[in-house]
Design a protein around this ligand. Structure first.
Ligand code: ADP
Ligand code: MG
Length: 267
């Protein structure tokens, strides 16, 4: 077998594609055999990692890709930059803990959730993004079609599940029950990142039932970090600067009555 065949059989497509330039570089730089081998294998590894990441990001169905580096922390001083840095270390994913991002529209909840999700995908974790609306219709449909258990199982695979926009649409008790079953499945097995414009005290209304809301919160918050973002909408930033909207209209807050502090980490 010649080298081309060997690389093909070994499925080293990335190394195969760049071998000529790698060899040229090695002779120019006078690399040792060991250095050359290291660079060649690093090339293959890098290519595989990139391809895996692209697949994971495609499967994640993110609405858009944003990074933590693109987030302007100076615009949102209520966010503890250090806490976000700690979360981006992904310890919460290793420990199957949850992250809850609360705050009014436009303060960057989805941006931060997506950015943390992308970090997890970069680290090799399976990621899935769903608006709560889509999650609920998916679960309701699965139940109607008698395949709820399989659907719940499928939704428990992603190591990180982002559930966006809890509270925008109220749920029926039946829908809340389905949501609870999912949270229960993932409890202590995988991480869920949730965003909501409603404070925890309003979740009874969101889930159409106080007892159900308490059970959901109990499971979600047992191992979790909550960020309560208080600030102005980034979407309206330019408009306020232009004097189109008075400041007071922009600074509605989501008050977290249970936890008056802006951040809270629960064990
Ligand atoms: P929310 O989910 O809280 O309603 P988003 O995360 O969707 O808000 O943010 C709205 C838009 O503003 C997005 O395009 C997001 O990338 C951007 N954005 C929000 N906050 C910031 C910020 N502090 N720095 C940079 N971009 C931001
Ligand atoms: Mg959002």
């Amino acid at each position: 077998m010649n080298l081309d065949e060997l690389l093909e059989r070994l499925k080293m497509e990335h190394l195969h594609a760049t071998l000529d330039s790698l060899c040229e570089h090695a002779s120019k730089e006078d690399l040792t055999y060991r250095e050359f081998l290291e660079q060649a294998l690093a090339q293959e590894w890098g290519g595989r990692h990139q391809k895996g990441l692209e697949t994971r990001l495609k499967q994640a169905r993110l609405p858009w890709i944003k990074s933590l580096e693109q987030f302007d922390f100076s615009f949102q001083p209520s966010i503890d930059h250090k806490l976000i840095r700690e979360l981006s270390g992904l310890g919460f994913v290793e420990r199957n803990e949850n992250v809850v991002l609360l705050g009014p529209p436009g303060v960057g909840k989805t941006h931060l959730a997506v950015a943390l999700g992308v970090k997890a995908a970069e680290a090799g974790h399976r990621l899935l993004f769903m608006s709560l609306d889509r999650l609920v219709s998916t679960l309701v449909k699965a139940r109607q079609e008698n395949r709820l258990d399989r659907q719940l199982q499928q939704l428990s695979y992603p190591k990180v599940l982002i559930l966006d926009e809890i509270g925008y649409l109220p749920m029926t008790r039946e829908e809340a029950g389905l949501f609870f079953r999912l949270i229960n499945r993932r409890y202590e097995r995988a991480s869920t990142i949730l965003t909501s414009n409603k404070s925890f005290t309003d979740w009874g209304e969101v889930f159409g039932d106080q007892v159900m809301a308490t059970a959901i919160l109990d499971h979600l918050l047992h191992h979790s970090t909550t960020l309560n973002i208080k600030g102005e909408s980034y979407r309206l930033k330019g408009k306020r600067k232009a004097g189109l909207i008075p400041r007071s209209d922009l600074s509605r807050e989501v008050a977290d009555v249970d936890k008056p502090d802006k951040m809270d980490k629960q064990e």
